[in-house]
Design a protein. Structure first.
Length: 142
């Protein structure tokens, strides 16, 4: 198998390039790429527990703790202890964290546009459809 025939190689290589490009843009906001999935997930739904956020971002709980510590230090999130489970905390965005959403989403869209610009509209739609189909299958297709 050649590299250009390997799904894993192609996806991994593209992922690295996309992350590097977005990371450069995030640095303008004193953020780095490790924080992106957490913020992106919280913009979709805040008030989730750290455990749920770890699952959504596909990172270990101890890694999420460090990411949340960093976001809290930057005053982008707060943690609220749950009344019924004193060991669990729900995560909320601060006004500062919410204020970054439009700018950072725009930065991500610029990165997407840069990489998708080689495709026409039909190809973009097909490409995103295929990626989502593969993602949803979780490799279980026969």
């Amino acid at each position: 198998m050649k590299q250009y025939e390997s799904l894993g190689y192609l996806v991994s290589h593209l992922n690295n390039e996309l992350q590097d490009a977005l990371d450069q843009r995030l640095k303008r906001y004193q953020l780095d790429i490790k924080l992106w999935p957490v913020l992106f997930s919280l913009w979709q739904e805040e008030g989730v527990t750290q455990t749920e956020l770890s699952k959504r971002c596909d990172v270990a709980n101890y890694t999420m703790t460090r990411l949340l510590d960093q976001l809290q230090q930057q005053q982008l999130i707060t943690r609220h202890q749950e009344a019924e489970n004193r060991r669990a905390f729900k995560i909320y965005l601060t006004d500062n964290g919410k204020a970054l959403e439009q700018d950072l989403i725009r930065e991500a869209e610029r990165v997407n546009e840069r990489y998708l610009s080689v495709l026409d509209d039909d190809e973009r739609g097909a490409f995103m459809h295929i990626l989502n189909k593969i993602q949803r299958s979780d490799g279980n297709a026969s």
